[in-house]
Design a protein around this ligand. Structure first.
Ligand SMILES: *Cc1c(COP(=O)(O)O)cnc(C)c1O
Length: 382
């Protein structure tokens, strides 16, 4: 670990983000070396690591992995981070490397929309899959005998929150490992390993990289054997990210604190504006002091994310609202600098009302965004 990395926990988030993962300064070299494009590396004689073949390792990944590790677990050198082609590649690598036939796993019933497909695949391999909703720590009731507890907090798209520390203690007492999907919070919003989790797993496609122009995933973990199995899985399935994506991601992390501070503050302003509107129901944002998640969220989160969810009275009303927005693009995904929103019901899969909208708040001026949303609500009334 470099001296800068060792001191990382003493600095603020912005300082840490701009320096995360940078190599020692070398005269005439750039601060962040460019992407290394290589399928194989010179390898005369004995086979030694780290860089031999491009599916195993790449110097551009190494720097990004250091950066993510410094943000997920500042000042700790007993953690390892592995980057992947996508969030799903990272999630699958943990699940499929840690679970065997006859093992039981607890997954969220209200989590990311691809998890039900993962469930089917795990069951086909003989893994027992139990599910529980995220809110209210309902996972406690199905933990006995489980090998792995999978937490998604805040959950996507419902924005429920569970008490990670409490669940980790209960899981560890029963000999189960705990993984937390940290996509929505980002490492600046929540640090699952400090809350006791064994793995922090995330999609870097969302707010971590924040420009909606690449797919990426990562796993940060502290158990050496478990991480070796995750690494082996990455090699087996080849779920690797390209050097260009890794470099773009690293470059984007430099502005992470600027983006999350702006986006998360504006998300609260948007939520507060929506709360005044009679046609809005089911409003959720963990940063709202009267949100049902707020009490637990404020104990374990340092920022509350850029996603706001709410429900309009009907599908037609929601569609008119989305069409009337000028500064918010209708698109899936979240976390980018340009605001987006969508009616989740159009996908099927999430158990949400027809008028349910997930809105991702970008880096626009808060006044412009709030005005556009209020205008679109008026225009969609009829
Ligand atoms: C988007 C998302 C994923 C999947 O990430 P990809 O990069 O699209 O594979 C996983 N978990 C959550 C919570 C997500 O929002």
């Amino acid at each position: 670990m470099s001296d800068a990395a060792k001191d990382a926990h003493r600095t603020g988030d912005g300082t840490r983000a701009v320096r995360a993962g940078l190599p020692e300064a070398v005269k005439h070299e750039p601060a962040l070396p460019g992407p290394v494009f290589a399928a194989h590396f010179h390898l005369p004689g004995e086979v030694t690591g780290p860089y031999s073949y491009g599916r195993d390792d790449n110097p551009t990944w190494t720097l990004l992995e250091r950066a993510v590790g410094e943000l997920e677990a500042p000042g700790r050198d007993d953690v390892e981070t592995l980057v992947f082609a996508s969030g799903m590649a990272a999630i699958s690598s943990v699940l499929f490397s840690q679970l065997r036939a006859q093992d039981a796993v607890v997954l969220p019933s209200d989590g990311y929309q691809v998890l039900p497909m993962v469930r089917t695949q795990l069951e086909a391999y003989g893994v027992e899959v139990r599910t529980a909703p995220t809110g209210g720590d309902a996972q406690l009731e199905v933990l006995d005998g489980a090998r792995l507890l999978w937490i998604e907090s805040p959950s996507n798209p419902g924005l429920d929150v569970c008490d990670i520390r409490r669940l980790v203690e209960a899981a560890h007492a029963r000999g189960a490992l705990v993984a937390v999907d940290n996509t929505l919070a980002t490492p600046l919003g929540q640090r699952p390993l400090e809350l006791g989790a064994d793995f922090s797993v995330a999609s870097g496609t969302k707010q971590l990289t924040g420009h909606g122009d690449l797919l990426l995933g990562y796993v940060t973990g502290r158990d050496t054997d478990a991480m070796a199995a995750v690494r082996r899985w990455r090699k087996i399935v080849g779920a690797i990210c390209g050097p260009m994506e890794a470099w773009l991601a690293h470059r984007s992390i430099a502005t992470l604190q600027l983006r999350v501070d702006r986006q998360d503050t504006t998300a609260l302003a948007v939520a507060e504006a929506l709360r005044q509107r009679p046609e809005v129901s089911g409003l959720r944002y963990p940063g709202l002091p009267d949100d049902s998640s707020h009490k637990v969220a404020s104990r374990q989160m340092r920022r509350y994310g850029c996603v706001v969810s709410f429900t309009l009275p009907s599908r037609a009303r929601a569609e008119r609202f989305l069409a009337a927005l000028r500064l918010v693009e209708e698109a899936t995904s979240f976390g980018g600098v340009r605001s987006t929103a969508e009616r989740r019901g159009r996908w099927g899969g999430d158990a949400v009302p027809e008028g349910f909208i997930r809105m991702s708040v970008g880096a626009e001026d808060p006044e412009d965004l709030v005005a556009d949303i209020l205008r679109a609500l008026d225009a969609s009334a009829e």
